[in-house]
Design a protein around this ligand. Structure first.
Ligand code: IPD
Ligand code: CA
Ligand code: CA
Length: 275
């Protein structure tokens, strides 16, 4: 958790991603105490507000000004294919919408850029604290320009494990809930913050040891995944042979020392570790 080294000069795409994240963060801060127009999506607790949409629009506008050929996948607007389908931005302009609608301050902006099937960069910005987490492939992971590393804790008795569980109950979620019981019985401290991306940033920063969720979308995990990898952690997808940003997947992300123990607990069919 010790902040040490300053961030090297990031690429132009990373700089633009930081600018876009701050633009969205400003909109979310304006919306936090304002009147919200809340619409229900797939279930009574799956919501969208006008600020999700305004923040996403601001992200796309900021990036498109600099990179007009790149494509976009936004949680609210879906896919926007431009000239270059291989260069795609994944956007969750408000991760933690349910918290936001209840004025619970755990929400963030989460952006990543994928090219050639690999996550090239990730930015997670928490407007309420002003923190900005940044990682670029091969460059390390940083918060507010100071390098971060995953923790080295190697036993569940000393671990904080955060989870997300989708509202819809189906076999995969039910099995996952069973595994959560085992995690609690192992002595770990179990959390559910309501913002997957904040938790992933916290794994990268060594504040907590792991995040796991069944049915997680690409826009929820991509930025956090590159942060964790660049901070020395590991990420494994369960029940699949590949990472797929267009489909919901079960993902276990953690520091390196705990990863095998967690995989043993959450064991499911085929697994794919992201490298
Ligand atoms: C949700 C949050 C939640 C996670 C859900 C996500 P949203 O994102 O990250 O913590 O458990 O799977 O969908 O809808 O607030 O952007
Ligand atoms: Ca989300
Ligand atoms: Ca969202």
């Amino acid at each position: 958790m010790q902040a040490t080294k300053s961030m090297p000069q990031p690429s132009e795409r990373t700089q633009v991603a930081m600018e876009a994240a701050r633009c969205a963060g400003k909109i979310l801060l304006e919306g936090y105490h304002s009147h919200l127009e809340i619409k229900q999506k797939s279930s009574p607790l799956d919501l969208v507000t006008q600020y999700d949409e305004m923040a996403e629009a601001c992200v796309i506008e900021t990036i498109a000004k600099h990179f007009p050929h790149d494509s976009f996948l936004g949680e609210e607007g879906g896919i926007q294919q431009r000239d270059d389908n291989e260069a795609i931005w994944i956007i969750d302009a408000l991760d933690g919408t349910l918290n936001f609608t209840r004025q619970i301050p755990a929400f963030c902006v989460s952006l990543s850029f994928i090219q050639g099937g690999a996550i090239q960069l990730g930015v997670i910005h928490i407007p309420m604290t002003g923190d900005i987490y940044v990682a670029e492939k091969g460059m390390g992971a940083y918060v507010n320009e100071y390098q971060i590393r995953c923790s080295t804790i190697d036993d569940l008795e000393r671990a904080i494990v955060s989870v997300g569980v989708h509202q819809l109950v189906e076999p995969r979620t039910n099995r996952f809930i069973g595994h959560m019981t085992e995690i609690i019985q192992s002595g770990a401290s179990l959390r559910r913050s309501g913002s997957a991306s904040i938790d992933l940033a916290y794994v990268a920063a060594g504040k907590i040891e792991s995040y796991a969720e069944p049915n997680l979308y690409g826009w929820d995990f991509a930025a956090g995944l590159i942060l964790i990898k660049e901070a020395g952690g590991r990420a494994t997808f369960l029940d699949t042979e590949q990472m797929d940003i267009f489909r919901q997947q079960t993902v276990i992300l953690s520091n390196s020392n705990l990863h095998d123990k967690l995989l043993y607990t959450f064991k499911e069919g085929t697994t794919y570790e992201y490298h």
